[in-house]
Design a protein around this ligand. Sequence first.
Ligand SMILES: Nc1ncnc2c1ncn2[C@@H]1O[C@H](COP(=O)(O)OP(=O)(O)O)[C@@H](O)[C@H]1O
Ligand SMILES: [Mg+2]
Length: 243
Amino acid sequence: MSAPLLEIANLTRRFGGLVAVDAVGLRVAPGEIVGLLGPNGSGKTTVLNLVSGALRLDAGTIRLDGAPIQGLAAFRIARLGVARTFQLVRVLGSMSCRENVLAAIAFGAARAWGEPARRAADALLARTGLAGREEALGTELTYIDQKRLELARALALRPRLLLLDEWLAGLNPTELQSGIALVRSLRAEGIAILLVEHVMDAIRSLCDQCVVMNAGRTIAQGRPEQVLQDHEVVRAYLGDADA
Ligand SMILES: Nc1ncnc2c1ncn2[C@@H]1O[C@H](COP(=O)(O)OP(=O)(O)O)[C@@H](O)[C@H]1O
Ligand SMILES: [Mg+2]
């Protein structure tokens, strides 16, 4: 097994009396897709927020390539090669799609400006399904297109690790197949992905490993086919605490 790109240990975050993330550990190897599953409210988005530096942790360690990154500002973590999309999308509405991506290109590790940056931006938009929408404003996009724009922006940072928060949710069956193919092509380029997802087809066909959370804790880990037939996992998804 290769040394982990991302290694989380004992990760803990409280909101008042609620332990949203309770001593969670997981590893993502370079070029691996790890699925983070669990019912709503189980702490998945909070884990991504802690890894990306959007939230401070209360305890634990987060290592990227062996070096601790917990406590670093979000922009520093991004510069180290960690990019993300949000469950509730956050594109810059008053800017065009191209400008949204150009802003990320200017900020990213491979900083570029002018015509090369513009070509790179348009190529990323085409890749995520936004060819022809380069001039459209963020506010003019459908929800799905805003998600595509967020992914183009994340890829503009040339990440080593991509955090996707329900990026495939809400796609129709055709879009879902192309979305799955896109995520797979990112892995083929060597990008490691921590994928929060509910779409079972996507989990089965994409994930090398899965980690299942419930009420802040890890309740199962392993390959998707093993994890999805685990009794505790089934029970957590059905929401039957007494079963
Ligand atoms: N900023 C916050 N302030 C207070 N509570 C929060 C905050 N973010 C998340 N929570 C709570 O933490 C728990 C886990 O939330 P979240 O990580 O969003 O779960 P998931 O992504 O698995 O649905 C939920 O009970 C949620 O209400
Ligand atoms: Mg969430």
